[in-house]
Design a protein around this ligand. Structure first.
Ligand code: ADP
Ligand code: MG
Length: 288
């Protein structure tokens, strides 16, 4: 395969930053669904400096996924503005949006990898935006990308599984493949929507550590929604709490105590009975 099939790295959305030098600049974002009957986001303003590791917490239904989906154009604002890497999202034409999406990796709760493909093929698919033309099977990719894909698998500790079908791996291993695939994209931003919600606490910690370490090494800005407050406090630079589509906490983690964080949940739960559900990671014996 010819090397010249690789799209030069600067063919993406460039190095532009949102106003104020931030990677993400969201102002007064409102998102309604069902003809305005559901107000999923209600005046959210968040600026994220380049390289920051931001974790978003909040009850189920508080708007975490809706917020993240605005950042790569999966949702368009009802009101307000969303600027990512210098691109005002609602103004982008289709090719410009495609180009911006090359710079944004997305890691989902349900991994979203192709189980019947090998690990290396899944990781290589992260480079599809960097090359011209479709590819079927690992050997159809340029050798330089295959070497890179191995290196990414090595970073997540799965080089020895490269040629194994991905659906034969455990949940934690599958999510590590998904992380390697996003890194293969060479993103400037990684959006992670409850990336460890399907994993048990010990594996969750390991997967978060991998995600965070790799992103720090590569200088990637991370916006990650998490269900587990202990993990959020362990890995984030900054914590945002959402409740009913509004920002109710926005603080650097340094110096923030767990009681303050629990306030994000407490007002909805005056008895405090549900607090422990969020304080500690939940165990799902079926995951590993
Ligand atoms: P979270 O990720 O914090 O659990 P979501 O962002 O998924 O919350 O949802 C926020 C609110 O928006 C919820 O009330 C949810 O039911 C609603 N919602 C999200 N997506 C849609 C949609 N596509 N259509 C209608 N309502 C939606
Ligand atoms: Mg969600």
């Amino acid at each position: 395969m010819k090397q010249d099939n690789i799209v030069p790295p600067d063919a993406g959305s460039g190095n532009a930053l949102a106003s104020g030098g931030n990677a993400v600049e969201v102002k007064d974002l409102v998102k309604t669904f069902d003809n305005g009957n559901v107000r999923a986001l209600d005046g959210v303003s968040i600026s994220v400096p380049v390289g920051q590791l931001l974790v978003i917490i909040g009850l189920s239904g508080s708007g975490k996924s809706t917020f993240l989906r605005h950042l790569n154009g999966l949702h368009l604002p009802t009101e307000g503005s969303v600027e990512v890497l210098g691109n005002v999202i609602p103004d982008l034409k289709r090719p410009e949006l495609r180009s911006l999406r090359r710079d944004i990796g997305f890691v989902f709760q349900q991994f979203n990898i192709v189980g019947r493909l090998t690990c290396i093929e899944n990781v290589l698919s992260g480079a599809l935006g960097r090359i011209r033309g479709p590819r079927i099977g690992a050997m159809m990719y340029p050798k330089s990308l295959r070497v890179e894909a191995f290196e990414q698998l090595e970073r997540v500790g799965l080089a020895d599984r490269a040629w194994q079908r991905t659906d034969t791996l455990s949940g934690g291993q599958q999510q590590r493949v998904a992380i390697a695939r996003s890194l293969m994209q060479k993103p400037k931003i990684v959006l992670a929507d409850e990336p460890v919600a399907s994993l048990d606490p010990e594996i969750s910690g390991q997967v978060m550590e991998l995600l965070v370490q790799c992103c720090i090494e590569d200088g990637i800005t991370v916006l990650c929604s998490l269900h587990q407050v202990d993990l959020a406090l362990g890995w984030a630079d900054r914590l945002i709490g959402l409740r009913d589509g509004k920002v109710v906490l926005d603080s650097l983690v340094k110096g923030l105590d767990q009681e303050e964080v629990m306030g994000v949940y407490r007002e909805l739960d005056p008895t405090g009975e549900k607090e422990n559900e969020y304080r500690v990671s939940e165990t799902d014996p079926s995951s590993q």
